[in-house]
Design a protein around this ligand. Structure first.
Ligand code: NAP
Length: 284
């Protein structure tokens, strides 16, 4: 079985970004700037925000993490987002999820100016993605498509299952894969006969948020499995939604590992989106 590692995919995306911005300093153009808002002290969010800041630094982007108290009111958060919307130095705004329960997530996300919504979570940007003319694409689903392309996995014409219909992964992934000419079926917790059904798919993308729920033999022999899940168990061991991929497994033809698979490309796609948002804003 081939391990679909995210690192080489991420390195390629980063190399393309670096090549594109290499001449900007000589031209007197500021490199892209990403502002990340982190409300509260969720440990997993701290880790993700740290990864994002480090990749910005590696690319020469400027970035800032705006840490806000867990008890901040919704109006104060909206005002902070609005300040960033108006700040001409800011190209991308990311509100790290989850937000504390007293803040209405959709209201906060909709406050982000679509031109700076580098996570592609505003209704405007989701709509653009669905009609196929998006400047930015949802990071995790777009990263999955990049992984499949990088490893020369044919998507067009293939039967692809997406398991999980969240707004950040499963639902947008259906659109991006359909735009790549896959025949896509979306499964969720109410789907009947899921375990029988998934045995008929060439490619299966799993994003259900349940640690090691599926094992390799649950899929069709020779299938390609993309594992989106990330679970931090006691002792900091990370697991996916599928039992860990091992290279000498002979049942599947390929599987993305956790850690080191989809998560790595997600952050690279965020950088790509920040660059695209920056260019689009300067052209407007
Ligand atoms: P989510 O919002 O919790 O949604 C889970 C989805 O899975 C729901 O649609 C749910 O169905 C479905 N589901 C749950 N149990 C199921 C089952 N037994 N059979 C079929 N469908 C089932 O999840 P998410 O935000 O998409 O995240 C999924 C996983 O991916 C999590 O582990 C998360 O940490 C990880 N993740 C990773 C990245 C990355 O960059 N690698 C990014 C985002 C998320 P219903 O809609 O019917 O409830």
């Amino acid at each position: 079985m081939k391990l679909l590692k995210g690192q080489p995919v991420s390195e390629k995306i980063q190399a393309d970004i670096k090549a594109e911005i290499a001449s900007w300093p000589q031209k007197g153009l500021a490199l892209p700037h990403l502002s990340v808002i982190l409300v509260g002290k969720d440990p997993a969010s701290e880790v993700y925000v740290g990864h994002k800041a480090r990749m910005c630094e590696a690319l020469g982007f400027s970035s800032e993490v705006i840490r806000l108290d867990e008890k901040i009111s919704q109006n104060e958060l909206l005002a902070k987002i609005d300040d960033l919307n108006k700040n001409s130095k800011v190209d991308g705004i990311l509100v790290q999820l989850p937000l504390p329960k007293h803040i209405h997530e959709r209201t906060a996300l909709e406050k982000i100016a679509p031109g700076k919504d580098v996570d592609c979570l505003t209704k405007t940007n989701i709509g653009s993605m669905v009609v196929g003319d998006a400047i930015v694409k949802p990071c995790t689903p777009a990263g999955i498509v990049e992984i499949l392309k990088y490893y020369d996995i044919k998507i067009a014409g293939k039967k692809v299952a997406v398991i999980g219909r969240s707004q950040i992964v499963g639902t947008p992934l259906v659109h991006l894969l359909t735009q790549e000419n896959a025949t896509v079926t979306l499964f969720h917790s109410k789907s009947e006969n899921l375990m029988q059904e998934i045995k008929t798919f060439d490619i299966v993308c799993v994003a259900i948020g349940k640690s090691e729920y599926f094992k390799q033999a649950d899929f069709k022999q020779g299938a390609i499995v993309i594992d989106v899940g990330i679970h931090r168990a006691e002792g900091h061991k990370l697991t996916g939604d599928v039992v860990k991929a091992v290279e000498n497994d002979t049942w599947l033809s390929a599987q993305s590992p956790v850690p080191g698979g989809v998560g790595v490309t997600t952050i690279a796609m965020l950088m790509q989106n920040t660059l695209q948002a920056c260019k689009a804003r300067r052209q407007s």
